[in-house]
Design a protein. Structure first.
Length: 189
């Protein structure tokens, strides 16, 4: 297990961990895997989603992530585990698997997986390896919770907190996936 660093109680990382452990927290803070992914896809998307603006489930943006996940590995003993703020998929060998839906979303998927590994380590004291898979390209990449990954995850948690507690959303910046984003009309029409 990686070393735990001390930090102030105002630190979003500490608040998240206290919330996850069920401690009495004045201002609980939760981060889901999807929030971690959105943060790395588009901060505006994260902010809009944090305000419970309904996503059209038929939208291809949502489908890009879920359809692949549901269909791939369906017959290979993949099991879903819900644990506190996270819901992840485990392979038979105990590794956590995250499906990379497209090459443009590789880093968001890698950070989502890293967050799951971090959460398991920090909240449950369970060390796990991860595998990032791209079924259509028959590619797999091992992901470990290195100290560099821990730093990136904790930096992202603080960044997510900053985004979701802001009074207004970050301005829209054109991205390759804006056309297929559920919030397209809120940004560009
Ligand atoms: S349409 Fe583009 S800028 Fe707007 S939320 Fe979606 S990805 Fe972000």
């Amino acid at each position: 297990m990686t070393e735990r660093g001390a930090s102030s109680t105002d630190d979003p990382v500490d608040r998240l961990l206290a919330t996850a452990r069920g401690d009495a927290v004045e201002d609980p803070f939760r981060v889901t895997g999807v929030m971690m992914q959105y943060y790395h896809v588009c901060e505006r998307e994260l902010w809009l989603a944090s305000r419970n603006l309904e996503i059209d489930r038929e939208n291809v943006n949502v489908v890009r992530g879920t359809r692949v996940d549901e269909s791939a590995y369906a017959d290979r003993g993949k099991r879903n585990l819900r644990f506190g703020m996270i819901s992840l998929d485990l392979l038979d060998d105990g590794r956590v698997i995250e499906i990379k839906p497209s090459s443009s979303l590789e880093e968001p998927a890698r950070m989502q997986l890293s967050y799951y590994l971090w959460y398991l380590d920090r909240v449950a004291g369970v060390e796990r390896e991860g595998v990032l898979a791209h079924p259509t390209e028959r590619q797999r990449e091992s992901v470990e919770l290195s100290s560099e990954r821990v730093e990136k995850v904790e930096r992202a948690i603080r960044g997510i907190h900053q985004v979701v507690t802001a009074d207004s959303p970050p301005s829209a910046e054109e991205k390759p996936y804006c056309e297929s984003c559920a919030y397209h009309d809120l940004c560009w029409c």
